[in-house]
Design a binder for this molecule. Structure first.
Ligand code: HGA
Length: 610
């Protein structure tokens, strides 16, 4: 999604803004722009279609000089990606704004402003906000009051940062439904959509709450809440290493993040499990009391996180013995539902700002769910702040748009949660200990899978010239197949579908021929024999099979069957381990095809719009 950066400092801010944009590029990247104020002179602005590098090239030799500025990477929602629609948007030559979000009533405001004589140069909803602030500025005479009056008229979601050349000593920012963080410096201050953007200049952050409006000066930060009451927002130190936005020795962030998985899975377990038990207090002070009352779990998520939820359903029903439903957030929020008594509402989101998931959570809080648990990777995000219980995944910033380490740490967190819940529902100490011990083995098993990288790269050659792929799995490995197909689609643009293997003969078998590779994950569980029969069905139709199988499952390479042997894993933890070879497969296919692995076309990382 769009990324916002802003700075006010003694020094020129162009470098800070460009580095911030570069770090935000993973959120959305069809165009980028920047506006800088130098004393009382007119605002200087530069905008370019494409990546931040295009903006850098455009201003090379003609830098924007000044101590106050705002910048933006855009992922278009209103109006095509073009220079005219790129942010910052201006009203006249003295006011500039950047915006992340959607203004739902922009058409009616646009009509009104046209009648008032404002001329529009773009198709965006954002330009409406620029003109409305300018209109209010003319009436009220100061920027802060003008922004305040403006947001009272906006419907929708926004994080805004606004500068005016007549007031060159501050910027005004606000948020409602889109993330915004204030970076606290010494004699300089910053704002951004994500802390990651500001790590080169500060490690101290304040998270604005919904409805907050803030006046940011070099040496002061004044925040008011929705009611206009002055408020303090506490300052947090950034927890992850500042080098997270650096690829290091790896060719792509995605590959780096795949290889980080043993470490981050371990980090996600730290403080939450002993050698044989789950520490349920680690889920929150109220966890024990709360989990005691839960009789049903409703999971809500989008994309990869949804697949994590689908795996968790198998665990919750099998290990905790409680009914569990899973639904994509964008469907859940627009339908009527029957809420079972004592249902825990569980949201999964990497960013904690996923618009549909957040909206579903807010509805759920009105609708009478027992409590809300968030599984999230970004501390201080909206989802975390608005949930009763939280499990933070310890994946660290994930830059590759296609999620990898966030998924496996979500699974780790979901298994920890399942065990905590199961303890309240009669799980024996022996069984808990067996599963916790299996979980401790996962980082090592993932390492073993990573050592197969070279062989998986070889397999990837078989997909380069293919247009379609089928992924098969059974039981809790079916969602792993779904996630494998999603990964391949996202980064290699090969059409991929996943089916529960037993469904093959009910339709998709008609598609199987030598042009349709079939990928299967086959741990050595109760279903492996049935899966082998499904594989025979494919081979009988001339299909080429790529099977990731437990080395003890008795699946060996022959003719049109390429078998990759994986270490033996416990059947409960198998979905975590078996995800990894499919990530590597997608990665290598994409590299061989020459696609933009970390920033695939049309996609953005943190989906903060509907
Ligand atoms: N609606 C604005 C901003 C879009 C956005 O926040 N995307 O994540 C536009 O289309 O420019």
């Amino acid at each position: 999604m769009c990324g916002i950066v802003g700075a006010i400092s003694e020094r020129d801010v162009q470098g800070i803004l460009l580095e911030g944009l570069r770090r935000l590029e993973y959120r959305g990247y069809d165009s980028a722009g920047m506006a800088v104020v130098d004393g009382g002179q007119a605002v200087q602005r530069a905008r370019e279609v494409g990546k931040v590098a295009a903006l850098v090239d455009a201003i090379e030799g003609n830098p924007l000089k000044g101590h106050l500025g705002i910048a933006h990477t855009r992922w278009a929602t209103h109006g095509e990606p073009s220079r005219i629609n790129a942010h910052p948007h201006m009203s006249g030559d003295r006011l500039a704004i950047v915006h992340n979000g959607i203004i739902e009533n922009y058409q009616e405001l646009r009509q009104e402003l046209k009648t008032d004589g404002f001329a529009f140069t773009s198709q965006t909803d954002t330009e409406v906000v620029a003109h409305l602030i300018e209109k209010n500025y003319r009436e009220l005479g100061d920027l802060y009051s003008a922004v305040k009056a403006t947001i009272a008229r906006l419907r929708g979601a926004y994080a805004l940062a606004v500068v005016h050349a007549d007031e060159p000593d501050h910027l005004v920012v606000c948020r409602e439904g889109s993330p915004l963080v204030v970076g606290v410096g010494i004699g300089e201050n910053f704002i951004a959509s994500d802390q990651l953007a500001l790590l080169p200049v500060t490690d101290r952050f304040m998270f604005l709450e919904e409805g907050d409006i803030a006046d940011i000066r070099k040496d002061r930060i004044d925040i008011h809440d929705r009611e206009g009451t002055p408020v303090e927002r506490s300052t947090h130190r950034f927890e992850h290493g500042a080098d997270s936005a650096d690829k290091g020795e790896y060719r792509h962030f995605m590959l780096k993040e795949i290889h980080e998985q043993p470490r981050v899975i371990k980090a996600t377990m730290e403080g939450r499990v002993t050698a044989s038990r789950v520490l349920e207090q680690a889920l929150g002070t109220d966890a024990e009391n709360l989990l005691d009352h839960v009789r049903h779990v409703q999971i809500i998520a989008c994309g990869t996180s949804y697949h994590a939820g689908l795996v968790a359903r198998y665990w919750i029903e099998e290990v905790a013995g409680l009914p569990c439903s899973v639904e994509v957030a964008s469907e859940f929020r627009y339908r009527k539902h029957v809420i079972q008594p004592d249902t825990l509402f569980l949201c999964i989101s990497q960013s904690g700002e996923t618009a549909d998931t957040l909206a579903a959570l807010r509805q759920a809080k009105q609708a009478g769910f027992r409590a809300a648990l968030a599984i999230c990777n970004v501390p201080g995000s909206s989802l975390v702040r608005e949930s009763d219980l939280v499990i933070m995944t310890q994946a660290g910033p994930e830059i590759g748009v296609a999620s990898t380490k966030a998924f496996t740490t979500q699974l780790t967190s979901l298994l920890i949660f399942t065990l905590a819940l199961a303890r309240h529902n009669g799980l024996s100490e022996e069984k808990e200990s067996e599963i916790v011990q299996a979980l401790h083995l996962v980082p090592g098993q993932v390492n073993d899978v990573l050592s197969l990288d070279g062989e998986i790269e070889e397999l990837a050659r078989g997909f380069m010239d293919k247009n379609h792929t089928l992924f098969l799995g059974r039981g809790s490995l079916y969602p792993v197949a779904l996630e494998g197909a999603l990964k391949l689609k996202e980064i290699s643009y090969i059409h991929a579908e996943a089916y529960p293997a037993g469904e093959l003969k009910h339709g998709p078998l008609a598609l199987v021929d030598s042009e349709m590779p079939v990928v299967t994950v086959a741990p050595n569980n109760d279903l492996v024999e049935k899966l082998k029969s499904n594989l025979e069905e494919v081979r009988a139709r001339g299909g080429e099979l790529f099977v990731f199988a437990d080395r003890e499952a008795g699946v060996a390479s022959e003719d049109s069957l390429h078998a990759m042997q994986l270490p033996p894993v416990h059947e409960i933890t198998a979905p975590i381990v078996y995800t990894v070879p499919l990530q590597l497969l997608s990665y290598h296919v994409a590299v061989l095809k020459g696609t933009d692995v970390d920033q695939p076309r049309n996609l953005a990382k943190s989906v903060t719009v509907e």
